[in-house]
Design a protein around this ligand. Structure first.
Ligand code: NAP
Ligand code: GDD
Length: 342
């Protein structure tokens, strides 16, 4: 019988790549969708036709229990979150509820549906759990590169909420013997990335300028450095973690770091443009507290899981710029009508 996976965050970037990957691996895939008229749900229905949808919200414990009862998953991937860091200052409480407490609610749904109690430990049928932890937890980094042992110093309400979810996942593993793991993922991007994140903002900006639809691109801090990889590579790591013999946490990143300035140079260069003629630095886009430098040490994932990234920073940037040039040249809506979805 096919293994069954339930994915929260199915309408997001990673949800789409993970669903495709698990379908290819022969899984029956279920996706949690929220809201009575969520505008992203029709896109999922159209483009991920083999995924079964179940209604639920990370804010609503009962809905998560019902979703687990309905999907009867062998594996749950908790990708749902408020994931845009600047929003976490504007809506700090909501971010705590969704990105932090949401993890507790999913773990509780699994625990209750599996009949696990502190005294009885885990039941015969284990549901494996993956938590989407983040390199934002390292924040003001204590060492470079960052490993599974690097201490956390989050710099945003988002990072703090992710740290809560991370420790809670460890705690459920230790308290109840659950197969619960966190992937500490560094930034990963694709043509399906939300337009609010810097890589996609830049690739869309470049495409608009190249096609004469805009003349400038306003950006914040150009000096921040990130370890950027390709989302399609990173979802493979999630699946490998839940397929491992033992439940362990892993850092997933490329091990290479680039500044936003280098990203901009590469993206404008890919379209034959001079970035200095178009980019405007806007201090209103700076964050109250910045994460200056992220760089992964993915040795543990490489040696224990056999995981390797396959797309370089340069190829990733070129892929995104080319996809957005095609998208805008066809007169499509970058959010609703993205042909880079399957
Ligand atoms: P994304 O594109 O922003 O997707 C976020 C998902 O969360 C969406 O499907 C959204 O659904 C869902 N969501 C938001 N509020 C919810 C709620 N109350 N109940 C249920 N679902 C809700 O994020 P992503 O880039 O795919 O990232 C996936 C996960 O990995 C996130 O947890 C993110 O924090 C984490 N992460 C991402 C990166 C990265 O670089 N991409 C790195 C490290 C960790 P709606 O359509 O309903 O809004
Ligand atoms: N979004 C954005 N917009 N970022 C900008 C801009 C701009 O106009 N100008 C400069 N930046 C800088 C930000 O200050 C930050 O240092 C860097 O670009 C990356 O910003 P984002 O792309 O918004 O991503 P992030 O690093 O804050 O968070 C992403 O990665 C995390 C993993 O490290 C998100 O995907 C998080 O959900 C994820 O956990």
């Amino acid at each position: 019988m096919a293994r069954r996976a339930l994915i929260t965050g199915i309408t997001g970037q990673d949800g789409s790549y993970l669903a495709e990957h698990l379908l290819r691996e022969g899984y029956e895939v279920w996706g949690l969708v929220r809201g009575q008229a969520n505008p992203r749900v029709p896109r999922v229905r159209r483009l991920l036709q083999d995924v079964r949808l179940v209604r639920g919200d990370l804010l609503d414990q009962g809905s998560l229990i019902s979703a687990v009862e309905k999907a009867q998953p062998d594996e749950v991937y908790n990708l749902g979150a408020i994931s845009f860091v600047p929003m976490s200052w504007e809506q700090a409480e909501l971010t705590g509820e969704v990105t932090g407490m949401g993890v507790l609610r999913v773990l509780e749904a699994i625990r209750v549906c599996s009949g696990i109690t502190a005294s009885r430990g885990s039941s015969a049928r284990q549901i494996r759990f993956y938590q989407a932890s983040s390199s934002e937890m390292f924040g003001q980094v204590r060492e470079t590169p960052q490993t599974e042992r690097t201490p956390f110093h989050p710099r945003s309400p988002y990072g703090v909420a992710k740290a809560y979810g991370h420790f809670l996942t460890q705690n459920y593993r230790e308290s109840y013997g659950m197969f619960a793991v966190s992937g500490i993922l560094f930034n990963h991007e694709s043509p399906r990335r939300g337009a609010e994140f810097v890589t996609r903002k830049v690739s869309l900006g470049v495409a608009r300028i190249k096609l004469g639809l805009a003349s400038e691109l306003r950006l914040g801090n150009l000096e921040a450095r990130r370890d950027w990889g390709f989302a399609g590579d990173f979802v493979r790591a999630m699946h490998l973690m839940l397929s491992a013999a033992e439940p362990e946490d892993y850092v997933i990143g490329t091990g290479r770091t680039h500044s936003v300035r280098e990203l901009v140079e590469a993206a404008f260069g890919a379209a034959g443009l001079d970035w200095e003629r178009h980019v405007v630095c806007d201090s209103s886009l700076h964050r109250p507290a910045e994460v200056d430098l992220l760089c992964a040490d993915p040795k543990k994932a490489r040696t224990q899981l056999g995981w390797e990234p396959t797309v370089s920073f340069e190829d990733l940037v070129a892929m995104m710029v080319e996809a957005d040039l095609r998208l805008l040249a066809d007169g499509r809506d970058p959010e609703q009508d993205n042909p880079s979805w399957p």
